[in-house]
Design a protein around this ligand. Structure first.
Ligand code: ARG
Length: 460
């Protein structure tokens, strides 16, 4: 049996069932690389302040490097009686280099060690998710030129509302993803504060230099309150929230494309390599990747809830409950990462069914609002203009025609001063072209935004 680091005070061995119940190495082994790097940074600081010699530091570094290799090669022995990855690595170090290894845990507790390792892990996870979001933004922006003359019906309440350029749609998602990236960057700033040196909860009486450790481990800042930081998991929750919102955005997109790929909408053709079939209905080509992207957002949102409930009743400082932070965190990261990995090629590989879209663009009076605005431009008060166009739409509905098919006499039947100019803003194309405001779907506005995004994402 492996001797436990904390067994001095105990006269009886731990119940095996307790070892099984309380181990975390089955999931926190993922932190091995971060643990080795943080331990090396810690040892180097200990050497710098004279708590260990530089020769001892070298032995520790070499020992940790060799242990890392063993873990990477899959030959490292894990045993649940050593609880977590941190105890495993320390124990292996002591077995390897003897008493010098017993000095590594100087001025350190597992409480600040876990927190530091996890901060480094989250920092790196953020960078990976950010790169994936960038890839997805590039996929959306990459569609803009090819789809540049396509007009889509824009919806509110899932009812046809006003026409929009397809590129306006692609850039809408690009903006959402940019905010997601902004949230990650903001979260990263608070993640990147050093906890190590907080020790168990109160700091240490030994002459350590936390700013030196911070610099070695790439932290921008040193946490100023040991009680706070040894119990703090805000950074885990913030990341879990940022991931939840990314998952929610992906779910929105997936839902939209699931609808768009139906026979009823027939707006989009998904790449067959991203679809699956039915075991009973031979004709089916199902959008399973999109459905799973929508479905998996549930677990990411669930994980965030789990983390909030986990921390809400914890008194300061460390409590073992906090060990329960890792599985939801890892799961949210893995899930969003997997969804994003498929989202970018799916966005790039789908085709708009241009003809089917164009054929039905005349339905739903998408030009009614711009017609109302044409009335306003000619001095008719908005409320009056709204009512007049409402009457014209009613007339068109009765006749089963477009607004553009009404005769001038019919237009004049609601307002005597209307003239042939009414036809200038009718039809989806003319309606789109009549937009002017900043951020609108006006072709010149959208062209400016495409150029801005290409530059921002270095696509030019
Ligand atoms: N494996 C534990 C965790 O992840 C670390 C235990 C820390 N401290 C303690 N006194 N048991 O939170």
């Amino acid at each position: 049996m492996a001797a436990k680091a904390w067994q001095g005070v105990f006269s009886e061995a731990t119940d095996r069932r307790v070892e099984k119940f309380s181990e975390s190495v089955s999931f926190d082994h993922r932190l091995f690389d971060q643990d080795v790097r943080c331990s090396i940074g810690h040892a180097q600081m200990l050497a710098k302040v004279g708590l260990i010699t530089s020769d001892e530091c070298r032995q520790i570094e070499q020992g940790l490097g060799a242990i890392r290799q063993e873990i990477e090669q899959g030959v490292f022995p894990f045993r649940i009686e050593l609880e977590d990855i941190h105890m495993h690595i320390e124990k292996a170090l002591i077995e390897r280099i003897g008493d010098v290894g017993r000095k590594l845990h100087t001025a350190r507790s597992r409480n600040d060690q876990v927190s530091t390792d996890l901060r480094v892990w989250v920092r790196e996870a953020i960078d990976i998710i950010d790169a994936r979001l960038l890839d997805l933004q590039k996929a959306f922006v990459g569609r803009c030129d090819g789809d540049h003359d396509v007009i889509l019906p824009g919806y509110t309440h899932l009812q046809r509302a006003q026409p929009v350029l397809a590129a306006h749609y692609w850039l809408a998602y690009t903006e959402k993803l940019q905010r997601d990236r902004g949230r990650l960057a903001d979260c990263r700033r608070r993640v990147n504060s050093l906890s190590l040196g907080a020790a168990a909860l109160a700091g240490t009486s030994l002459p350590i230099d936390r700013h030196d450790t911070a610099e070695r481990l790439g932290f921008d800042d040193v946490a100023a309150n040991s009680l706070d930081v040894s119990s703090d998991r805000d950074f885990v929750l913030e990341f879990a929230f940022a991931l939840s919102l990314i998952a929610a955005h992906l779910s929105t997109w997936a839902e939209e494309w699931i609808l768009w790929s139906t026979t009823e909408f027939n707006f989009i053709k998904l790449p067959q390599t991203f679809c699956t079939g039915s075991s009973i209905m031979p004709q089916k080509i199902n959008p399973d990747v999109l459905e799973l992207t929508r479905g998996k957002s549930a677990r990411v949102i669930g994980n965030l809830t789990q983390l909030l409930v986990l921390i809400k009743g914890l008194p300061l400082a460390y409590n073992r409950d906090l060990q329960e932070d890792k599985e939801p965190l890892f799961d949210s990261y893995d899930t969003v990462n997997a969804c994003l990995e498929l989202a970018a090629p799916l966005v790039a590989g789908a085709e708009l069914r241009r003809e089917a879209i164009a054929e039905r663009l005349d339905r739903g009076h998408l030009d009614a609002t711009t017609l109302m605005e044409a009335f306003i431009s000619r001095g008719i008060p908005q409320r009056t203009a709204h009512e007049l166009v409402g009457k014209l739409v009613r007339l068109a509905l009765e006749k089963g025609c477009r607004l553009a098919d009404l005769t001038l006499d019919e237009f004049r039947s609601v307002h005597g001063e209307l003239d042939t100019w009414v036809y200038d803003s009718l039809g989806a194309r003319r309606a789109v072209e009549s937009f002017k405001s900043y951020g609108s779907t006006a072709p010149s506005q959208v062209a400016d935004q495409i150029a801005r995004w290409k530059q921002r994402l270095s696509l030019t």
